[in-house]
Design a protein around this ligand. Structure first.
Ligand SMILES: [Zn+2]
Length: 409
């Protein structure tokens, strides 16, 4: 399969008007099948508002090129048994790259959204230097080679990053600012794979949303509880971006009158008291005041206590860890209550590293929601833990790339 046939042709590449029109129709057939699943010719013609013979001819060409296949006959009310057509899963693949604080998750999905491969927790050092991007490209190349894939089989790559990202222009505002070009463009050039960039919380939100009952759930919020705290917003089944893609800065709502300076430079942000960074800080403060924990020895040796250590300790029923997580959960729950009152979503998913403690975080959130959100609004919302865990990012990155390349809105 040559990706240059159907997915990267531009009008100015010498196609005649008639050929370009049928090229566009083929793309629309692919989009239609990606959106609605397998369909017979007549249904496709109706969706596209094009004559059935025209669609039938293009379908045959797409079958010949390996993009579509005959999925067998279906029964209809009139007794006819037309053939249905569907996308060939391995006609194209999409790569997800989740650049985390100290590791990279990589994953590949096919044209039908099946997960082909996932490689998680590959150690990686993120520095604001061009070498970091070069190292990342080498890691991506090695991963593709390890799957015995050729780059031409990969139609697109989604790179997700912490911090502010404008996915429409491809600019990253917190990372890799040493190059004036959009990061997406730089990565496309460096890897030879069409690249989109996206914010981590939004990609995670999308993956968790698509792993829900999307028939009945159209509005959902995803709370990314890591060192910071962000929210991914799905409205009417679509991710909400805001004007420049900066929507969801939940952690920087000035929620507390506490004189604590947030890393954003403002005072009293939600993140100053309800985040992984706040947990680290409060934990260390408690130990220096003499509180005891299974991490006390490590602290006495002068080693830094990281968020992951506290999460691990809580999972081993460390009382200090659990107590501090409870306090943070209550404060976070108040914040989530505000979001529920504003958005009236059917679903709220809590994910990110801190969600790994499960009920130790979820129970205080629920208590606070009952206390602080309007009960009429609150009863519409189901609150649940992330089901995809630390794979939400890489899966969402690949899915959003598929949407972008297939032009699924
Ligand atoms: Zn802030």
């Amino acid at each position: 399969m040559n990706k240059n046939s159907l997915f990267s042709v531009k009008y100015d590449e010498g196609l005649s008007g008639v050929m370009y029109k049928s090229f566009l129709l083929k793309r629309r057939i692919m989009l239609c099948l990606a959106t609605y699943g397998d369909l017979p010719t007549a249904e496709l013609a109706r969706h596209l508002n094009v004559s059935a013979p025209t669609v039938a001819k293009l379908i045959q060409e797409l079958v010949g090129d390996g993009y579509l296949c005959d999925m067998g006959k279906i029964e209809t009310a009139g007794g006819r048994r037309p053939s249905t057509f569907g996308l060939v899963a391995n006609a194209g693949h999409f790569l997800g790259v989740d650049l985390r604080d100290d590791s990279v998750n990589l994953g590949l999905i096919d044209l039908n959204k099946n997960i082909v491969s996932i490689s998680k927790n590959n150690p990686f050092t993120v520095e604001e230097r061009p070498e970091t991007l070069e190292n990342l490209c080498s890691m991506i190349d090695d991963y593709i080679a390890s799957l015995h894939f050729d780059k031409s089989q990969i139609l697109g790559m989604g790179l997700i990053l912490r911090g502010r990202v404008d996915s429409s222009t491809g600019h990253s505002y917190n990372h890799f600012k040493f190059d004036s070009r959009p990061l997406a463009q730089t990565m496309t050039q460096m890897t030879g794979i069409e690249t989109i960039i996206e914010n981590d919380t939004r990609a995670m939100a999308y993956a968790e949303y698509t792993h829900s009952d999307t028939e009945n759930i159209k509005n959902a919020l995803f709370i990314n509880m890591t060192r910071g705290v962000g929210v991914g917003i799905v409205i009417d089944g679509k991710l909400y971006y805001g004007k420049s893609g900066f929507a969801g800065e939940f952690g920087h709502i000035p929620f507390f009158d506490n004189e604590m300076i947030c890393h954003c430079g403002k005072k009293g942000c939600l993140e100053t008291e309800a985040s992984g960074a706040a947990l680290e800080q409060k934990f260390t403060q408690s130990l220096s005041r003499g509180a005891s924990s299974i991490l006390s020895d490590k602290f006495r040796r002068g080693e830094k206590i990281h968020l992951v250590d506290i999460i691990e300790a809580a999972r081993k029923d460390d009382v200090l860890s659990i107590d501090l997580i409870t306090v943070i959960g209550e404060k976070l729950g108040r914040g989530i209550g505000v979001l529920i009152n504003l958005f009236n979503p059917e679903l709220v998913v809590v994910g990110g590293i801190m969600a790994e403690v499960g009920d130790y975080l979820m129970l205080p959130i629920k208590t606070a929601l009952n206390k602080y959100s309007l009960s009429l609004v609150n009863k519409d919302s189901t609150l649940r833990l992330s089901t995809l865990g630390d794979l939400a990012g890489v899966i969402g990155a690949a899915q959003l790339t598929r949407n972008r390349i297939l032009e699924i809105m």
